[in-house]
Design a protein around this ligand. Sequence first.
Ligand SMILES: C[S@@+](CC[C@H](N)C(=O)[O-])C[C@H]1O[C@@H](n2cnc3c(N)ncnc32)[C@H](O)[C@@H]1O
Length: 273
Amino acid sequence: MRRNDILKANKKWWNDVTPIHAKSKLYNLASFKKGKTSLEKTEITELGNNVRGKTLLHPMCHFGMDTLSWARKGAITTGVDLSDKAIEFAKELSKETHIPSTFICSDFNKLPKALNKKFDIIFMSYGVLCWITDINKWAKIISHFLKKGGTFYIIELHPFTNILSYDFKISYNYFDKGPDIDDSEGTYADWNAPIKSPTYVWSYTISNVINALTQQGLKIEYVHEFPFTMYDQFPGFMKINEKNQYVLKNKKIQIPLLFSIKATKQNFNTAKY
Ligand SMILES: C[S@@+](CC[C@H](N)C(=O)[O-])C[C@H]1O[C@@H](n2cnc3c(N)ncnc32)[C@H](O)[C@@H]1O
């Protein structure tokens, strides 16, 4: 399948799920509108509360709740997403909540042509790397948009979980890069949602991600792995703990479900995008 057709299919799926997600329990838009942050404790603790006055780029921002949550903390935010429906929704949400933010509809790979600005912080979260067509190009673009000394932070589904099917069986190749077709039904926010259109996804190992960043002159400050996640990734095998995190029910089988990376763009010249 041609890259353009893949992009079209992925865009269609994200346009279709945006209104479903906006009404879902998982996203809890009503609480957000009342002032509750949509950010999880992990990223608030790790990236820090000290974002006031800093410029923050949020690629793959979906319909903007996390972008606007950083803006509520004082960051000067720019959210970017492939889905025009999600970006329309994000702009409306920004207006309705009186939280200023820029939102741009663009394919991640084309962003250097659509946006001419450098940022103090780049934030990406939960379910983004599988849409990245080329991890090395991704890291180049991240480095391109970061100011020298700027911070890159990602919290993401752990690629180890890519080997498991929804019914928690070892089924897939950790080293398979894709693109793979996903024609499962429903969405991670609502497994019963009447939605079934194929998407095309890529997978990257932890070392792929780390090496891509370091090769672009980013200094990794840490990589963390977590035995919890924020959605029902393996229905029937997970429970919600006292911190409102999804964890595996079986205490003996604990695997990494999320990872985070914090990195700094070095203060010297590296390869230009
Ligand atoms: C799982 S969501 C991101 C999660 C986000 N933290 C949230 O929960 O709201 C993935 C987002 O990536 C966007 N996306 C997918 N492919 C993209 C691409 N090629 N360029 C830019 N955005 C893309 C989708 O439209 C979707 O909004």
